[in-house]
Design a protein around this ligand. Structure first.
Ligand code: ADP
Length: 695
């Protein structure tokens, strides 16, 4: 009927691992796709920022040194021209805002002649011979000389600049010591993040300018840092290259950019703790990691949801398959339709019985004229609208259940069906549709008919000889064939009684068979119940007195309308009940017959103080051939057909039979008969009970 979707889900489940892995990989790639370039760009930005600072420092350094050099060369020019005295020139250079520490003139032999120092008093003895200095050699060949950085004792770092002079001036060079503390101010004024620094290293790796001056005076040498080495070799360097990374004096890993300061062979470095320098990169990285984590979590939830869904679906389809398997294997047809008469479900047996296919009519609304143009659907229409069927019995509720049942004969295909009806109710209790179970009784009906016919014929055939025997025995017993002795009379009496029992059995069989065929044949008349019951009861006076049983009849208080009934059949029913009450009540007991009125019904009860019916057997009381175990032990006579006949006769009259019974205490049978003709069914119907598995 339906494709097996549970396998579909299960198949998917096994592939879920692959899907999950692919999804995680995709997430990694997607995150990497934005994270890597972003981080790269942020690193580059950090680098560019630090480099810009380094460039600035380098420019300031260059300007500063250039300025000093220029001042000194100007002074040299003036000395060469002789337009001012050496004393005048030197004092101009030594002005307060100038970085010149000392200014000296060398004579042509390289011996210091004039020397002025900012803080020291220079005597004749302080003047040195510098003829063998590299300085003198440089100026001697007409070049400006700049010395390496010198730090001696606690003094600030110094460099010496010497500018050559014309021999005509009487001097060979003007030499100035320049205090590099001005450089210190430059690097101090530079801000590099929260705790970074810009500093300058000389060609030997000594720090010559640093915001932390102790590094300068402490002669810190950092030549061991590859970054510094590279910069001193004239190349720009930065710690994006992991080989160049290092920890600063505080053992903090730093992000650093180093620029060479070519003219001097120095290097300018800008360094910043990596945590600060790459703070935004780290933040972005954290955001990336968190979002990746969240995505994985989301993926996990998705997978979890999917698995739950798959599990629910497996369960659902499992149940559906199970239900379908059950429906498919049923030997009864099942059809369900909703409140709009749209077919919801139909099992193969129903398709077979009705000669239709679910795929053609599933979901379609079946109206009463649905089969007008489509005669093949006539059976289906008759089933759904029993009033259109050639025959439909009244609807009966199966006792003790909410299930209703009826017999429907459909014309195309020609079938006799016992249909069990159930309302399909949703959670709110409203009717969502109807479920009909179709039990084909055509064959059973046929068999039952054949059986009943057989029983009828057999019973008829038996009745004639039994009547003949009865009359012969009667003749003999009455002494018409001559006087009998006691022994002969007793034998004949036993024979007569046995024959009577045979006649009762045959009559009961005949009645049951006719009831089953639905042709018991009723002849209704208006009857007076009081008189009717009294007449029947009177017939038992002899039997009850013989059995020492008190039989009482409690008439109705006031008048009762006439009852529309078949006196012969009703008498059969009442006789059966009364006969049972007397038969199953031991001597000394009593039987009370009561006639009452209850609404539109006359109510007759026959209460005895007899053996009762065992609790466990009470459900079968109205079935054919039922005889309770306690009765079988004590009273062998009886056909077990009496109550079946009673039940059917009363039902045919539009009434009902009930009983209450307690073993060893007594039994009360009660039957009702309508007091209004309209309540009597129009026609005799065939009892359904024997075709229902529930009864
Ligand atoms: P039977 O021919 O055996 O009486 P019935 O159909 O009349 O057949 O009754 C069926 C069975 O119901 C009886 O055999 C008996 O076990 C039980 N029965 C019917 N009426 C009574 C009663 N008044 N007291 C006790 N048992 C009864």
């Amino acid at each position: 009927m339906q494709p097996n979707l549970s396998e579909f889900w299960l198949g998917r489940k096994s592939r879920l691992w692959i899907l999950g892995t692919v999804a995680i990989l995709a997430l990694i790639v997607a995150n990497a796709a934005w994270l890597v370039p972003t981080l790269g760009e942020l690193n580059t930005n950090a680098y560019l920022l630090h480099r810009a600072i380094a460039l600035d420092v380098r420019n300031q350094l260059s300007n500063f040194l250039g300025q000093q050099e220029a001042d000194l060369t100007n002074a040299a020019d003036i000395l060469n021209q002789g337009s001012a005295s050496p004393v005048e020139i030197i004092s101009r250079l030594m002005k307060e805002d100038r970085p010149f520490e000392s200014v000296t003139l060398l004579n042509t032999n390289g011996i210091e002649k004039f020397k002025t120092h900012r803080f020291l008093l220079i005597t004749e003895a302080d003047l040195k011979d510098r003829s063998s200095d590299p300085l003198f050699k440089a100026v001697f060949s007409g070049q400006t000389y700049i010395s390496p950085v010198v730090i001696s004792g606690t003094s600030e770092p110094l460099i010496t600049i010497a500018a050559p002079l014309n021999k005509d001036s009487g001097y060979s060079a003007i030499v100035a010591e320049i205090n590099l503390k001005f450089l210190l101010e430059v690097v101090r004024n530079i801000t590099v993040g929260k705790s970074g620094a810009a500093y300058v290293v000389d060609g030997d790796g000594y720090i010559i300018a640093h915001p932390n001056s102790s590094l300068v005076f402490g002669r810190a040498n950092i030549l061991n840092r590859k970054l510094i080495l590279k910069a001193l070799n004239g190349e720009e360097a930065d710690t994006r290259d992991k080989n160049l990374s290092y920890q600063n004096e505080q053992k903090v890993k730093v992000f650093a950019v180093a620029l060479p300061f070519q003219p001097r062979g120095w290097a300018v470095i800008v360094e910043n703790p990596e945590v600060d320098a790459l703070a935004s990169s780290r933040q972005i990285l954290s955001v990336g990691i968190i979002s990746f984590g969240l995505e994985i979590l989301l993926l996990f939830l998705l997978v979890w949801n999917y698995l739950n869904l798959a599990r629910a679906a497996t369960l659902f389809y499992g149940e559906r398959n199970q239900r379908e398997a059950i429906l498919n294997s049923l030997s009864d047809g099942v059809i369900e339709y909703d409140s709009k008469s749209q077919i919801v479900l139909m099992n193969p047996k129903a398709e077979e019985l009705l000669g239709v296919h679910f795929k053609d009519i599933g979901g379609r609304a079946i109206t009463p004229d649905f089969s007008k143009n489509n005669p093949k659907y006539r059976g289906l229409v008759e089933l759904m609208y029993p009033a259109l069927a050639p025959y439909s019995s009244s609807v009966k509720e199966i006792p003790g259940t909410r299930v209703k049942t009826m017999e429907i004969h459909i014309s195309s295909p020609e079938l006799k069906l016992v249909v069990t009806l159930t309302q399909v109710v949703d959670q709110n209790g409203s009717v969502r549709g109807f479920l009909k179970i179709l039990h084909d009784i055509s064959r059973e009906r046929l068999l039952s008919k054949i059986k009943s016919e057989f029983v009828t014929i057999a019973a008829h055939q038996l009745r004639t000889p039994l009547s003949a025997i009865k009359w012969s025995l009667k003749l003999l017993l009455d002494g018409d064939a001559g006087a009998l002795n006691k022994e002969q009379e007793s034998f004949l009496e036993r024979g007569y009684e046995t024959n009577e029992r045979m006649i009762k059995l045959v009559n009961d069989l005949l009645s049951a068979a006719r009831i089953e065929e639905g042709r018991f044949g009723y002849d209704f008349k208006d009857i007076n119940m009081d008189e009717f019951l009294e007449t029947v009861i009177k017939n038992y006076s002899e039997i009850v007195s013989r059995k020492s049983i008190k039989l009482k009849f409690e008439k109705i208080d006031g008048a009762l309308p006439l009852v529309y009934a078949d006196p012969e059949k009703l008498s059969l029913a009442f006789n059966n009940l009364l006969d049972n009450a007397i038969k199953y009540t031991p001597a000394g007991g009593q039987v009370l017959v009561k006639l009452e009125k209850k609404g539109n019904y006359a109510l007759v009860s026959i209460a005895d103080t007899g053996v009762g019916i065992p609790d466990s057997e009470q459900t079968r009381v109205f079935s054919k051939f039922f005889r309770a175990s306690n009765v079988m032990r004590m009273e062998t006579e009886g056909t077990g057909l009496g109550l079946f006949i009673v039940h059917n006769i009363i039902k045919r009259h539009g009434g009902d039979v009930h009983f209450t019974s307690h073993e060893s205490k007594g039994t009360t049978f009660t039957f009702t008969l309508p007091l209004k003709k309209e309540l009597v069914p129009k026609e005799e119907s065939v009892p359904l009970e024997e075709f229902l598995e529930t009864t």
